[in-house]
Design a protein around this ligand. Structure first.
Ligand code: 4AD
Ligand code: MG
Length: 434
């Protein structure tokens, strides 16, 4: 039976079988040293010329070929992990072309052009830091789900093909749909709200989100994984904020327990479990601080530069990595955000910033049919949203929720330079392959 490389140290003196990629080959005519890599780690495999059959079988063996090895586990002080395997039998399961387009083992890292690296993403992902990113993603998603599960959320899978755009006409991908047009969902927004009208009370969704944004930033992709949730019977958006604080605290505690050392070693980052409550600033307060700091303001939204500056300010002043910006004016928010009772120009919504980047948008939604229809009209939306406003016609609890970009969250957690590095396969304006 095959064992994982990390378990070899418990099998000293025994004959074992391993399978994996050949990371490097050192051929010294009488002896060959192979470094074998599997999902759990690397090990040195030694092949002596006395074992003529196996020795011959590895003539022409190339780096990154996939092999099966049977041999004896031995202690060896000189070997990378203090153990090695002496090969009795080796089978080549897949011979790699010797001309690797990109190296798997880089001397310093970052020596290959990024675009070339993404052209050959399946080889790029063989590297230890990429594998670690995938392992952490898996746990991150598991902790989010665990939070939702423990707090009695129901899971929905809403359709991504829609008869009309899910947020606005802008940024939407049109697709041919038999003899009519369909649109790819820009958010599960409308359908997670429908679940509130269906009495499902608390729902979450993990699913693809499509944005036809011609952006070339380090934080935008045209397809990403969204973590969305919607909650009934809230009193205001502050209840959504409270839920988000507990959720992020829960997820980052879990990640810290599991991966603190690896994240420090591989990514040079400390995982900080954030104190509750997180700091909050209204948009007006944030703008005032930014103006005092001399950061230029383009409009009444926050530019990337302003997001960075406000996070640096909060970090400095309160020692917190997160900040909620509240009181967004209605002109930069969608029609479905509820407005403040005492100031109809301000929405009951917020963005959560983490280390300089927006990771969440949240709001209390307008659940009153007449008010909602008026707000849609005011934003110039025609009857294309009738299907949506109808959800609120036959009874619907007050509710609110949020959307979080999984790759943005992971990018910030690991301090990766771009969302592309925090994604299995990136999709952008100029990237549809592989
Ligand atoms: O801020 P967004 O556009 O909000 C919505 O979709 C609302 N329906 C959410 C809600 O419940 N009110 O998207 C939510 C999050 C952003 O905060 C960001 O983390 C991520 O999704 N995101 C992107 N991630 C990668 N590439 C893009 N182009 C993204 N656009 C948004
Ligand atoms: Mg947003």
């Amino acid at each position: 039976m095959r064992i994982y490389i990390k378990d070899i140290k418990n099998k000293i003196g025994e004959e074992i079988k391993i399978k994996g990629f050949v990371q490097t080959i050192r051929d010294q005519s009488k002896i060959k040293f192979l470094i074998i890599r599997d999902i759990s780690g690397i090990i040195q495999a030694v092949l002596l010329s006395e074992n003529s059959e196996a020795f011959k079988a590895t003539d022409g063996l190339t780096n990154e070929s996939v092999v099966e090895i049977i041999g004896k586990a031995k202690e060896e002080k000189q070997a990378p992990e203090g153990v090695e395997i002496e090969i009795r039998e080796i089978k080549i399961l897949s011979l790699a072309d010797p001309n690797l387009p990109i190296p798997v083992v880089e001397k310093t890292g970052g020596e290959v052009d990024v675009n070339k690296r993404f052209d050959w993403r399946w080889i790029d992902l063989r590297k230890n830091d990429k594998l670690m990113m995938m392992k952490i993603w898996t746990e991150m998603e598991r902790f989010f789900r665990k939070f939702w599960e423990e707090n009695k959320y129901l899971e929905i899978h809403s359709p991504k093909l829609m008869g009309s755009p899910s947020e606005s006409g802008a940024n939407v991908f049109e697709v041919k749909y038999f003899d009519r047009k369909a649109y790819l969902a820009q958010s599960p927004q409308f359908y997670k709200q429908m679940a509130m009208a269906s009495g499902l009370e608390k729902v979450f969704e993990v699913g693809p989100v499509f944005r036809a944004e011609p952006s070339f930033t380090t934080r935008h992709s045209t397809e990403f994984v969204g973590y969305d949730a919607e909650i009934s019977y809230i009193e205001s958006h502050q209840d959504v904020i409270g839920e988000i604080e507990r959720m992020i605290n829960f997820v980052l505690s879990g990640i810290k327990d599991k991966f603190e050392g690896e994240i420090r070693d591989v990514f040079g980052q400390e995982v900080v479990v954030p104190q509750i409550p997180f700091p909050q600033l209204t948009m007006a307060e944030a703008k005032k601080i930014l103006s005092n700091l001399g950061v230029p303001s383009q409009d009444n939204d926050l530019s990337p530069e302003e997001e960075r500056a406000i996070c640096d300010y909060i970090k400095e002043k309160e020692g917190h990595e997160f900040v909620f910006i509240t009181e967004y004016p209605i002109d930069i928010r969608p029609f479905y955000h509820m407005r403040k009772e005492d100031n109809p120009n301000i929405t009951k919504s917020s963005d959560l910033l983490w280390k300089g980047v927006e990771i969440i948008t949240l709001a209390q939604r307008e659940h009153r049919y007449d008010v909602l229809v008026n707000q849609a009209k005011e934003k110039g939306l025609g009857n294309s949203v009738d299907f949506y406003t109808n959800f609120f016609k036959y009874g619907c609890p007050p509710h609110g929720g949020f959307g979080l970009g999984a790759s943005r969250f992971l990018m910030k957690m690991l301090d990766l330079p771009s969302i592309r590095e925090a994604t299995y396969l990136f999709r952008g304006v100029n990237r549809l392959e592989p």
